[in-house]
Design a protein around this ligand. Structure first.
Ligand code: FE
Length: 257
């Protein structure tokens, strides 16, 4: 399997703090059935900046270490950029890194409580510039939980979304699990990834997430999500069914539970 979102690079953000932790994470990833992992350190989130040039060098170094230590996990470069007004400039200045460097897929993270008003215009500008935004973990964003139509509008206009495996498995609570399922049901989810930060509390459960999806939605969805992950790193076109609105009554149900 391919995991397109992880904080496995050592000492660059709130993920692995040192190389030994990266190795532990890699072993946990391999045990979960992951062969290829995209390192997506935080960028512009107020606490961490990880510029393209450094990410590329650090990924190379991590791959070398894994080879020396006999860890069978391939690491690809990526970045998790917190949305900011000058993202196009960041891409032009080669500060921002697309997934696997040579694709057009760019991770965009919202602040956990809100979605900036300029997001719609920024996504449009990104697309005009030739990039395809992937909104990471929308299921954990307070504003989107309260207003899933906003996410619908982004997807309708061509953005993709990536759910966290742990959300699907219920590690972030029942509400977020339920909301994740509603997003899948409404064709508002295109990718599943671990967003692993360590090998324990924020670890790997991609196999479990896929088996959860298989029992709730069927094997076709598992294929779609796993093939989309392959297509992201290959820079190929992603499969996406027409998005639907999350039903209002169902959303109220979340808060009543
Ligand atoms: Fe992340």
């Amino acid at each position: 399997m391919i995991d397109i979102h992880s904080h496995i690079l050592p000492g660059v953000d709130d993920g692995a703090q040192a190389i030994e932790e990266s190795i532990k994470m890699a072993e946990a990833a391999v045990a979960d059935g992951i062969e290829t992992i995209v390192a997506t350190p935080h960028h512009k989130n107020g606490s961490y900046d990880n510029f393209k040039h450094n990410v590329l060098l650090q990924v190379e170094e991590l791959n070398r270490t894994f080879q020396e230590r006999n860890v069978r996990l391939e690491v690809l470069p990526g970045q998790e950029t917190r949305i900011y007004g000058e993202m196009i400039g960041g891409l032009e200045k080669e500060e921002i890194l697309a997934i696997n460097n040579n694709t057009n897929y760019v991770f965009v993270e919202f602040p956990s409580n809100a979605v900036p008003r300029y997001a719609t215009q920024l996504f449009f500008d990104l697309q005009v510039a030739g990039y395809q935004p992937i909104i990471v973990h929308p299921e954990r964003n307070k504003q989107l939980i309260g207003d899933p139509d906003l996410l619908y509008s982004f997807v309708k206009r061509g953005s993709f979304t990536q759910l966290t495996a742990g959300s699907v498995c219920g590690h972030f609570g029942k509400k977020i699990k339920k909301f994740s399922e509603q997003l899948i049901e409404a064709n508002l989810a295109h990718l599943i990834a671990t967003d692993a930060h360590n090998d324990s509390t924020r670890g790997f459960c991609l196999t479990e997430a896929y088996s959860e999806i298989r029992s709730n939605f069927g094997l076709d969805y598992v294929y779609m999500f796993s093939e989309n992950a392959e297509d992201v790193v290959a820079g190929d076109v992603l499969a996406a069914e027409p998005p639907e609105h999350v039903k209002k009554g169902k959303i109220l149900g979340i808060f009543n539970r």
